[in-house]
Design a protein around this ligand. Structure first.
Ligand code: C5P
Length: 234
């Protein structure tokens, strides 16, 4: 089995991120760079982490007019990242522009196109949040609608809550890759994640990749934490 663990590098300092990469690269499937690290350390940190040979998931959740998203995706492709995110609520045309840009730019640069992942409804949103923005659907229905739109736009993967995986697997084409945060092993102290699954449960439900942050980087021994998770997946 390929290693499904993507470590969320939710730290502001590039040297701390690089230390984690150095320490964990041999035992994980890749690293996620999000808004905090990217905004403080810029494309340079992406290049430095890629230069070590590990896979990078650039999680900047693009959401803009199709032309701007296409250009942002092209810039991410040139950084040679393996996964990136766009908001599915940006609509069909925006997602098509993102996917086409990923394919074309990669082709021109002689790289493999990254997996463009669609983000549906953020797990911090509930039906009240949806109502605030004029959407009278419930969260489950809205996730289904956006997931189907992502399939129509020919995205090849989605980010989802662990508790959505089983439902999504019921109707999604089997090639869709599902990337899920909200993973807790039970060993760590409680934090702001409320609806979680263990790594084993999430994989059994049909996850393709697990995004894991604090249970790894905040552990006393991050490498031992990863090894324990891998053991639990055997
Ligand atoms: O530390 P923890 O394992 O909770 O980190 C999870 C990572 O996944 C963080 O980078 C967080 O921003 C991201 N994420 C999430 N829930 C979502 C989408 C992304 O926790 N719905």
């Amino acid at each position: 089995m390929r290693n499904p663990i993507l470590v969320a590098l939710d730290v502001p300092a590039p040297d701390v991120a690089l230390k984690l990469v150095e320490h964990l690269a041999p035992v994980v499937g890749g690293f996620k760079i999000g808004g905090e690290l990217f905004t403080s350390a810029g494309p340079d940190i992406v290049k430095k982490i890629r230069a070590t040979g590990v896979s990078v998931f650039l999680d900047l959740k693009f959401h803009d007019i199709p032309n701007t998203v296409a250009k942002a995706v092209a810039s991410a492709v040139r950084l040679d990242v393996q996964m990136l995110t766009v908001h599915t609520s940006g609509g069909f045309e925006m997602m098509r522009a993102a996917e086409e840009s990923a394919q074309q730019t990669a082709n021109q640069a002689g790289l493999n196109a990254p997996l463009v992942l669609g983000v549906t409804v953020l797990t911090s949103s509930d039906s009240r949040t949806l109502a605030e923005i004029g959407c009278d659907s419930n969260v489950g229905k809205q996730v289904e609608r956006l997931a189907n739109l992502a399939v129509k736009a020919e995205l090849r993967g989605l980010v989802c809550s662990p508790l959505e995986i089983a439902d999504l697997r019921e109707f999604l084409p089997s090639h869709m890759q599902l990337v899920t945060p909200g993973i807790r092993t039970g060993a760590e102290k409680a934090d702001d994640q409320k609806r979680t699954l263990t790594p084993r449960e999430a994989m059994a439900a049909g996850a393709s990749w697990l995004v894991i942050g604090r249970p790894i980087y905040a552990a006393e021994n991050p490498r031992a934490a990863v090894e324990k998770i891998l053991e639990s997946l055997k």
